[in-house]
Design a protein around this ligand. Structure first.
Ligand code: THU
Length: 136
C-alpha cells in the first residue's frame, strides 16, 4: 500500500477517535511485513490513565491477529504534525526496529522518518539476553 492510501486510512480512522476529555483526535494506519493493513484511533477513559493512543490501538490489533513486524506506520493528529508520544515510540520499537514513520497533516503534507530518527540508541528485544522469539 502506498503512502497516500495509508494516510487516507489513518484520516478515516481518526473519525472514530473517542476523545471526550482532550477533544484531540488521532488516527493511525500501519502496514505489516506481509502487507496487511491495520488502523486505529485514540480511545480515552474517564479514569484518564487507561487512555490508549491511536498508534498503540493499531499495533494491538495487528499483534493480536498474529503480526509481529511493522514496516510502516502513519500518524495523523489534530495539531500541525503530531509526533508519536514516548510510549508509542517504544511500542513501535518492539515490532518495528526499522519501521518507517509517517507524520501527516494531510495526503499532500507529510514527513517521513525512520524509527531510529525518533528513538535513537533505543532499547529493544534484542538487548535482552537470548533475545525474543518473534514468530507466532
Ligand atoms: N495521542 C495519540 O493518540 N497518539 C500520540 O502519539 C499522541 C497522543 C492521544 C492520546 C490522547 O487521547 C490525546 O492524544 C491527547 O494526548
Amino acid at each position: 500500500m502506498n503512502d497516500i492510501e495509508l494516510i487516507k486510512l489513518a484520516l478515516k480512522a481518526k473519525e472514530n477517535a473517542y476523545v471526550p476529555y482532550s477533544k484531540f483526535r488521532v488516527g493511525s494506519a500501519l502496514v505489516t511485513a506481509d502487507g496487511s493493513v491495520y488502523t486505529g484511533c485514540n480511545i480515552e477513559n474517564a479514569s484518564y490513565s487507561p487512555t490508549i493512543c491511536a498508534e498503540r490501538t493499531a499495533i494491538s490489533k495487528a499483534v493480536s491477529d498474529g503480526h509481529r513486524e511493522i514496516k510502516k506506520i502513519v500518524i495523523v493528529g489534530d495539531s500541525n504534525f503530531t509526533y508519536p508520544c514516548g510510549v508509542c515510540r517504544q511500542v513501535i520499537r518492539e515490532f518495528g526496529k526499522d519501521a518507517e514513520i509517517i507524520i501527516a497533516n494531510d495526503v499532500d503534507n507529510y514527513r517521513k522518518y525512520k524509527l531510529e530518527d525518533l528513538l535513537p540508541h533505543s532499547f529493544g528485544p534484542e538487548d535482552l539476553s537470548g533475545g525474543v522469539e518473534k514468530s507466532v
